[in-house]
Design a protein around this ligand. Structure first.
Ligand code: IVH
Length: 662
């Protein structure tokens, strides 16, 4: 291979890293997503052709890792201690007084930072390359979550620096947006919701399969730079700037505070603006700015004496549960919603909270009339966290036996938490289905909100999503809160939706358990709606992540003649029914799925994967019936056993190369 290729690869990587930094760290992209994708594809193509050029810090290697059997324990270079808390103004003053006394009344300054509500992570770099990421654990020893941390896009895998080795500590968080999206997706899949962004960030970083972490869209904010377990600069502020200069995401909501007054102002400011942040914070951290002074103050056994966490109170309030109303969703699921005596929680008036399902009400021991504690956290919709006081004459809630909208029967299937209306024509279900179909990220029909959908369904103009494609300007214009302009915009949105790609159409159908991700996988695997419609449950399960439950749900959907008729009408409306799956066509390994395990004689695991993919095969991380071959090297462990128990053929590196024609 010529050095030209190597040079080109290095340049391309640098360019991609630059744009990733603009996009993921600075939130200020300079090029379009499509231009960025083109660069990445160019790099992938070169790497596929020259697997030996693949390096672990290449932008293509974020999700290369294999799922683990467990996480390795690693000792921290210096303990990861926590912070002492100040719960009120008085405790903050006490802290400041101690600092002043210990520093012998020298001048000192604070740096005010936000206390992000996630989990702390220590990330090690050698020669500019990210080598290891460790969770806090018990503070002395944490868990090696390197492969998962690599998938966090705002955490660089490579930085330009003259430090041979260094360590960055910071917080891994899930933004409120990613959190709501995840919970929505989990709901479509019939999985329980996560309680708050912190729990889901922690859960996402500690899953065994890095592909799952990658899908969760975590973020990393750096707040400490260490070398050999020590802070390297003399100023904490300068070290934050250094981190930002190296390409790490450092919270811009920080301030240099001359004294307690400045710090108070910082604390008040973010107490007010807390709601406008895209993530959860639980307070503010104040750190002594000068590192020599930090050293002078030192540590207690538990926490540094040079920093304090000023905690904001949780955004909770007490109120009375006045009633429980039942809403009917798109899949017919009945969701109990709490009607509350209006109460202000950190500036926002709350009068409703979600209760999810019957079991949740049971778990909380809730009855109408009770005094309850509600909390706002991450999600748009507040939730009831516990019962504060049982009311006299409280009324127990029972799921209705009839649908509150159409009056038809309600059933709760064995093993499911949701009760569902059985009537496929239920107006409530239809409205939700239309709203889902038209929503952003699905068919993107701008302006198709509650008010319009209610009218369209109530007036019988829309009886299924296919009817949207027959709506005319004359029908829409006279509707309430409409007008010619809005009507035109909606018709244009409907027109534009005809060319949305197949994964969106599939998602839009609202098949239970088929959300955005599964729709994408199905389209990539089967390439057309007709193939999916015709596939039996076994065939459907050939797709990744599609198990018996999802396959059965897809089958039941298409077995229903009404749904098939709907699909035909959508076809006639010109919607996209075919899809071009990502590359991987052709090549000697086309159609084959490999898992690589253990240490191979010449190829690294990533190189072996690149080889498989460049030959048209698929490299996955866990062994299942769908695995065609296990490529095993030295010290192969439980995957080898699993492959043997499933009768998956086991081959070595030489055989892999032979099959790949390398
Ligand atoms: S400094 C010894 N800065 O809060 C200094 N921590 O209760 C250690 N946290 O475990 C931490 N935002 O997970 C620091 N800007 C920030 C932070 C922060 C969140 C978390 C961190 C730590 C916990 C301490």
């Amino acid at each position: 291979m010529t050095s030209d290729v190597a040079r080109k690869t290095a340049e391309l990587r640098q360019k991609i890293r630059y744009h990733e930094h603009r996009y993921y760290v600075l939130d200020s992209p300079e090029i379009s997503d499509a231009e960025y994708d083109t660069l990445v594809r160019e790099l992938q193509a070169i790497e596929a052709e020259h697997p030996s050029l693949v390096t672990p810090d290449s932008p293509t290697q974020r999700v290369g890792g294999t799922p683990r059997e467990g996480f390795q324990q690693v000792r921290h270079s210096a303990p990861m201690l926590s912070l002492d808390n100040a719960l009120n103004e008085g405790e903050l003053r006490d802290f400041d007084r101690r600092v002043r006394d210990l520093l012998g009344h020298e001048d000192y300054r604070y740096v005010g930072e936000l206390k992000l509500d996630g989990l702390s992570l220590s990330v090690r770099f050698r020669n500019g390359v990210m080598t290891q990421a460790i969770t806090r654990g018990d503070g002395e020893v944490g868990e090696d979550v390197t492969e998962n941390a690599r998938t966090i896009r705002s955490l660089p895998l490579h930085v330009e620096t003259d430090l041979a080795e260094f360590e960055v500590r910071g917080e891994v968080i899930m933004s409120n947006r990613a959190f709501s999206r995840l919970n929505q997706e989990r709901e479509t899949q019939g999985l329980p919701r996560y309680a708050n962004p912190r729990n889901s960030a922690a859960g996402s970083l500690r899953v065994l399969d890095p592909a799952i972490t990658a899908a969760r869209q975590l973020d990393f904010y750096a707040y400490l730079l260490l070398a050999n377990g020590e802070t390297i600069l003399d100023s904490h502020w300068a070290s934050l700037e250094r981190l930002a200069g190296m390409g790490f995401r450092v919270n811009t909501a920080r301030a240099l505070c001359g004294g307690l007054d400045d710090l108070d102002a910082f604390i008040s400011r973010w107490r007010e603006e807390r709601d406008n942040l895209p993530y959860e914070i639980d307070g503010v951290v104040a750190k002594i700015e000068s590192i020599p002074q930090q050293r002078q103050l030192g540590w207690t056994a538990k926490a540094p004496r040079w920093a304090i966490a000023f905690k904001y109170p949780p955004r909770q309030a007490e109120t009375v549960l006045e009633n429980i109303e039942v809403q009917v969703g798109r899949t017919g699921a009945l969701t109990p919603v709490a009607h509350l005596r209006p109460v202000t929680v950190s500036g926002v008036t709350v009068s409703r909270a979600t209760l999810h399902n019957e079991d949740e009400i049971e778990r909380l021991g809730l009855a109408i009339g009770d005094v309850v504690v509600i909390e706002r956290s991450g999600d748009v919709i507040p939730k009831v966290v516990r019962v504060k006081e049982h009311a006299e004459g409280r009324r127990r809630f029972h799921m209705p036996k009839q649908c509150p909208v159409c009056g038809e029967g309600v059933v709760r299937a064995e093993g499911e938490s949701a009760s569902r209306c059985i009537n496929p024509d239920c107006a409530a279900r239809l409205k939700e289905t239309v709203l889902h179909f038209a929503s952003r990220g699905v068919m993107d029909i701008d302006g198709m909100g509650d008010a319009l959908v209610n009218q369209l369904v109530d007036q019988g103009m829309v009886k299924s999503v296919a009817d949207l494609y027959q709506l005319t300007l004359d029908q829409l214009t006279p509707l309430e809160r409409m007008g010619k302009k809005s009507a035109e915009r909606i018709i244009a949105g409907i027109e534009a939706s005809r060319s949305k790609p197949l994964p969106r159409v599939l998602n839009g159908l609202g098949i239970p358990f088929v959300g955005e991700r599964t729709a994408q996988i199905l389209a990539d695997t089967f390439a057309s709606l007709d193939t999916i419609e015709a596939a039996d449950a076994d065939t459907l399960q050939k797709a990744d992540e599609v198990g018996p439950k999802v396959a059965q749900s897809i089958r039941s959907y298409f077995d229903n003649p009404r749904n098939r008729a709907l699909v035909e009408r959508l076809r006639a409306a010109g919607l996209t029914f075919t899809h071009e799956p990502p590359k991987r066509e052709g090549g000697p390994l086309a159609g084959l799925t490999f898992v690589v395990t253990g240490t191979l004689p010449t190829l690294s695991r990533d190189e072996a994967k690149a080889l498989i993919e460049s030959a048209g095969g698929k490299a996955t991380d866990s062994v299942s019936k769908k695995t065609s071959y296990l490529v095993a090297g030295e010290a192969a462990g439980s995957k080898l056993e699993k492959a043997q128990s499933l009768n998956v053929p086991v081959i070595d590196e030489a055989k892999l190369k032979e099959l790949a024609g390398a």
